[in-house]
Design a protein around this ligand. Sequence first.
Ligand code: FE
Length: 194
Amino acid sequence: MATDGTADGGLAARTEALESILVEKGYVQPAALDRIISTYERDVGPRNGAQVVARSWTDPDYRERLRADATAAIAELGFGGRQGEHMVAVENTPDEHHLVVCTLCSCYPWPVLGLPPTWYKSPAYRSRAVLDPRGVLADFGVTLPERTRVTVHDSTAEVRYLVVPMRPAGTEGLDESSLAELVTRDAMIGTALL
Ligand code: FE
């Protein structure tokens, strides 16, 4: 019997007290938050945008609507709201590659891409994307043909961009949901090809 009269010397109670202090002081919560954030960065968020891209690849009428009014076309699939109010979709072609940045801060289309990755918010990316887009693309492992023009889009509170990557060759037989699985977050920012 412990001196305080409980079987474990009050260990369970002390553990619980310590845990609540850690949470209260902010030591425990950040770890959990990090996990949630990374889930939204890589998994949950970008899957929405991937559905938009796959739909535009498979449905010419939808593609037209996405070009004309991306906010409304994205809302058709149930995505919208904060940080996604004024969407513009830009399509990559063999002649033109689109790259999205926010030079001022970290404006990003949350409803279709989730939370921005850390590098998107970095001063290095924000400054170099405009000055040397091909250099930035090279850092991401992307080399474009000389003939491909690179257009950089600066996101603001007014306009958020979604890059529609080129549909990979050899995917003619795939249905919309299989196509969506091919679409990556970085491809929709313009820092990756499919
Ligand atoms: Fe911003």
